[in-house]
Ligand binder design. Structure first.
Ligand code: NAD
Ligand code: ZN
Ligand code: ZN
Length: 344
């Protein structure tokens, strides 16, 4: 089968990857869509720099949907052809976190491996999933365009849910970075709370997308952004800041803007660090680094989409054009998310 795989020497599309036969408890998925996440670029770049946490080779793509193709022995309650979302953080399945379906916070794995992150992912004709518990029914959603729900939707959903007690109608939230995750975060905020929502992006096109998605005010990142945002909150600061970039400039922007007893959630992984010392962030502020979401939260994210309140802006690419998709992601020319459709 065709697959886009990361090797020690870099990523490469191959046409002769074997299709695995599902063993006990495993399920083979025919891939509908595999979203291109900026984390893939971090993984590819770290691999090139020799600092990767993962050991290649493995197939990329951790944001996947598809149809059940074949069930291994012992798998029941799944129909061949059923459209499903694939949950990508594969924990031990036995610890407290995993039993609560939060395999993203598995207590037994220092480095969480999953499909597309150290193990074979969905940028391929088929993906082997180790357990049926990672498959969430998609119902009537278009499977190709639903792929981003499994990460670009789920991760912001779980981050917003964690901050909901602070997101009252008199509060203001800031979304930094209106790309794959950020454009979903804006919709999740609109659907789940009454807070005023601001957005900032370094690209005018992406700031404009935020306006289209209902942000109350948008800003193009520049030298004056801190002052502009302070003024926009009458000097009070932001109740909650969601940083979907994670660069030094954005972490600094977020920590300087968050109000006393507010929250800064750093989701992006662009290599910035969060300094801690008196005066670096307001008293009482909570800083957290949410990672992905639970399987139950994937179900909730899909339900939000099924109710028409969450919709990924998708550009489809055949697997043959996967490098164009990643280049567009790097260049910032995408509107929302690129989704690879290996089966057309
Ligand atoms: P993306 O490239 O689609 O979006 C990033 C957006 O940030 C773009 O719109 C870009 O123009 C904007 N941007 C870049 N630098 C900026 C700056 N200095 N100021 C303002 N805006 C800026 O990326 P994505 O796929 O949405 O991923 C975003 C980040 O989240 C990545 O670092 C990714 O690795 C990370 N991520 C984390 C998790 C998690 O669970 N913690 C999950 C998925 C992705
Ligand atoms: Zn991702
Ligand atoms: Zn576990």
């Amino acid at each position: 089968m065709h697959a886009y795989r990361l090797f020690a020497e870099g990523p490469k599309r191959v046409t002769d990857a074997p299709v695995a036969e599902p063993r006990d408890g495993e399920v083979l998925i025919k891939i509908a869509g595999a979203g291109a996440c900026h984390s893939d670029l971090h993984v590819i770049d770290a691999n090139a720099a020799g600092t990767s946490l993962f050991s290649p080779p493995f197939t990329l793509g951790h944001e996947n949907t598809g149809w059940v193709e074949q069930c291994g022995p012992g798998v029941t309650n799944l129909e061949v052809g059923e459209p499903v979302a694939v949950y990508c953080a594969w924990g031990c399945g036995r610890c407290r976190a995993c039993l609560l379906s939060a395999e993203n916070y598995c207590e037994r794995q220092q480095l969480l491996l999953g499909g597309g992150l150290g193990r074979d992912g969905g940028m391929a004709t088929y993906q082997l999933v180790p357990s049926a518990r990672y498959l969430v029914p998609l119902g009537d959603l278009e499977p190709r365009d639903a792929a981003p729900l499994t990460d670009a939707g789920l991760t912001p959903y779980a981050a917003v849910k964690r901050a909901l007690p602070l997101l009252t109608p008199d509060a203001t939230a800031l979304v930094i970075g209106v790309g794959g995750l950020g454009h979903m975060a804006l919709q999740v905020l609109r659907a789940t709370c009454g807070a005023r929502v601001f957005a900032v992006d370094s690209l005018p096109t992406h700031a404009h997308l935020a306006t289209q998605l209902g942000a109350d005010r948008t800003f193009v990142a520049g030298d004056d952004t801190l002052a502009e945002l302070r003024e926009a909150t009458s000097g009070r600061g932001l109740d909650v800041v969601f940083d979907f970039v994670g660069a030094q400039t954005t972490i600094d922007l977020g920590r300087k803007l968050v109000r006393p007893d507010g929250a800064l959630l750093i989701v992006g992984l662009a290599g910035g660090t969060m300094p801690y010392a008196q005066g670096k962030i307001a008293w009482g502020a909570r800083v957290s680094i949410p990672f992905y979401g639970s399987i139950a939260e994937l179900r909730e994210t899909i339900a939000l989409a099924a109710r028409g309140q969450l919709h990924a802006r998708v550009t489809r690419f055949p697997l043959e054009r996967v490098t164009d998709a990643y280049q567009a992601l790097r260049d910032g020319t995408l509107d929302g998310r690129a989704v690879i459709v290996p089966n057309g």
